[in-house]
Design a protein around this ligand. Structure first.
Ligand SMILES: Nc1ncnc2c1ncn2[C@@H]1O[C@H](COP(=O)(O)OP(=O)(O)OP(=O)(O)O)[C@@H](O)[C@H]1O
Length: 611
């Protein structure tokens, strides 16, 4: 039965985009319901599948987005058994490297994927042998269909290249691949074996790509290869916003529609979503200052008329600027009645955010904070035991059922890839086993250790007998112990407690602290952004600083529904001792900012920052 939605679920623009019978290139402004449009499109196409052999494939930027979209579709009452949804890396592994790896010289004897931490460890080791030392932070790279691109500044390209050559060789010798190699080998497989794309196009009815503005050239090429082979049999639905393309340093960019048509041989209708349901008109007007690609945005949501406060402070000194953040938080909670879990603090660098989180926790003991690095265990999305930990640390409940079932599926798939033969075990069996395990320990790591033992014996495998499982076990606990030590050293209370472990998976309860890249796709009532300084926003290594700064500001400023506070603190100095100044495009933006009275939310004392 073809999926039908309630009349009020979608607006005319959304209906027009998803009803279009062919391929669609959908440009969507922030808060315009692109996730909703994508979700309904997937539901519609799943309900239209005519054969058991056909699939709808949806590629998302994060695992989290995949989970959310799948859950929404299930809630719409549509069967998702013919839906494959996940990241491009998972897509390449599931549909190319695992089934066809035998056709590739580097993969044919088997391979294992190393996670980001393992890559960093190897790069650290190799870089420290160089003179001068090469830090892993400058060893970023990605492949294109024409070769490799290094993120390093020009003067260190040669030494970074030398480190990377040794890194790749080490991986090849051990038959391991990192995330970028997944994409490269997937591309090489489809380039050298046209039958792969032909086969995939015969079973994929639709390929949908979310956040297409962050797609890399090699990823476009992989998707286009399947579409081209299908010659119209496989249709595409690409959704994105060129103004929010903030992963350019990793190679992401919004390919123009015409170029993608040419690459894939598929005619794409251009559609757009211009109604913003999220923010007040004031907020929409403000962030429109930072367009880089033309876009029409109109506020039409519940908060359209909200009298937003938009402030900008470029006087406050870096020493003690946390006082100002505390004051703004209090002002929002006490005077504007904003719930704490609807406040987000955004800054450019992960490292400084972890320190800020700890300071704010000390300054506002009455509030809770969800900041980066606060989980007391290793959150390696690709670690097998992390996946089991998700099941161990969440309760069976109807609300979480679909999500936990998906996690159980991932655990089962990993067991299969590790070589554990479990022909009769289903996802539900995995859940049942997890749900019956009772561990009394209140110590988080001990709880997990015991849980993993019971889990292995419940499922019926010996984890030490499989290299991948044994390695993942070791890294999971080694990294978790380091993480706990770090948190304890910085004075965070209750780190070992199982409750702290469980909190990591509970829904958002406190004030969020995030990087700019981490808030992509999220929405809050109030956003407070700091360190809006040239060299940080945009990053000093950006080749196109003005455009990059605009896109970062566009993403930050389009997150709030109601209020926005921007801070460009003075007195921060860069590595050479030169002072940072306010981000140029922000300083140049003429706007009648609100003054937040000095006595509003009068702050508690906070020690000066050591950021
Ligand atoms: N047709 C609609 N009518 C009313 N509300 C809608 C409609 N479509 C979406 N929304 C609401 O608008 C808000 C933004 O939707 P969504 O998160 O899908 O936006 P988005 O386009 O993905 O945003 P961004 O690109 O900024 O991340 C959500 O709260 C969603 O429920």
């Amino acid at each position: 039965m073809v999926f039908v939605w309630n009349k009020d679920d979608l607006n005319d623009e959304q209906v027009d985009a998803i009803r279009h019978p062919g391929s669609v290139f959908l440009s969507a402004c922030p808060g315009s319901g692109k996730t909703r449009a994508l979700t309904y499109k997937i539901a519609l196409e799943l309900s239209r599948l005519e054969s058991e052999k056909q699939w709808v494939v949806a590629i998302t930027y994060t695992h989290r987005a995949a989970e959310e979209i799948e859950e929404r579709i299930e809630r719409l009452g549509v069967d998702t058994s013919r839906l494959w949804i996940g990241t491009i890396h998972s897509f390449c592994l599931d549909w190319m490297l695992r089934p066809y790896g035998i056709l590739h010289d580097q993969l044919k004897y088997g391979f294992r994927v190393v996670d980001q931490h393992e890559s960093e460890r190897r790069l650290e080791e190799l870089g420290s042998q160089m003179r001068p030392r090469v830090a892993p932070a400058i060893c970023g790279y990605y492949f294109t269909t024409n070769g490799v691109v290094l993120a390093a500044p020009a003067h260190s390209q040669a030494s970074v290249h030398a480190v990377l050559e040794a890194f790749w060789e080490g991986l090849r010798d051990e038959r391991r691949i990192d995330f970028e190699m997944i994409l490269l080998y997937a591309w090489e497989l489809v380039r050298d074996n046209p039958t792969i794309s032909i086969l995939l196009s015969s079973i994929f009815k639709f390929i949908l790509v979310d956040e297409v503005q962050d797609t890399k050239e090699i990823q476009y090429a992989i998707v286009a290869s399947i579409l081209r082979a299908g010659a119209g049999r496989t249709l595409a639905f690409l959704v994105g916003d060129a103004n929010q393309s903030i992963f350019t340093s990793l190679g992401g960019y919004a390919m123009p529609r015409g170029d993608f048509q040419q690459l894939s041989g598929v005619a794409m209708a251009h559609k757009s979503l211009s109604i913003n349901y999220r923010s007040s008109d004031r907020i929409v007007q403000y962030y429109s200052n930072y367009h880089v690609a033309p876009a029409v945005v109109t506020a039409e949501g519940a908060f359209k008329e909200y009298p937003s406060k938009i402030s900008f402070d470029q006087q406050i000194a870096h020493q003690g600027f946390e006082d100002e953040i505390v004051r703004l938080i209090r002002y929002n909670i006490e005077q504007l009645q904003i719930p704490p879990n609807q406040i987000c603090i955004v800054g450019p660098w992960w490292m400084s955010l972890a320190a800020l989180t700890r300071r704010l926790m000390a300054a506002m003991p009455d509030q809770s904070f969800d900041g980066p690095g606060m989980a007391p265990f290793a959150r390696d999305q690709d670690n097998f035991w992390y996946k089991v930990a998700r099941l161990a640390l969440t309760e069976p409940s109807p609300r979480l059922f679909i999500r936990r079932l998906r996690w159980a599926g991932e655990v089962l798939a990993d067991l299969h890839h590790a070589g554990v033969m479990l022909p009769n075990v289903t996802r539900r069996d995995i859940l049942r086993i997890c749900n019956t395990i009772q561990i009394a320990s209140q110590d988080g790591l001990e709880f997990l250790r015991l849980f993993f033992e019971e889990f292995s014996s419940g499922v019926g495998f010996n984890p030490t007998a499989y290299v991948m499982l044994a390695e993942h076990h070791e890294t999971f606990f080694a990294r978790s112990e380091r993480q706990i030590e770090r948190l304890l050293a910085s004075g965070v209370q209750g780190v070992n407690d199982i409750a702290m472990f469980r909190r990591t998976f509970a829904s958002r309860t406190g004030i969020t602290i995030s990087t700019i890249h981490g808030v992509k796709g999220l929405e809050f009532d109030t956003v407070i952004a700091f360190a809006l300084l040239q060299g940080m926003v945009p990053h000093f290594a950006e080749p196109n600083p003005e455009e990059s700064a605009k896109k970062l500001l566009y993403v930050i400023c389009s997150r709030p529904r109601k209020n926005l506070h921007l801070i460009a603190e003075t007195g921060r100095v860069d590595g050479r001792g030169d002072p940072y100044v306010c981000t140029t495009v922000l300083a140049a933006c003429r706007h009648a900012y609100d003054q937040i009275a000095a006595d509003a939310g009068a702050g508690a004392d906070v020690e000066p920052a050591d950021l």
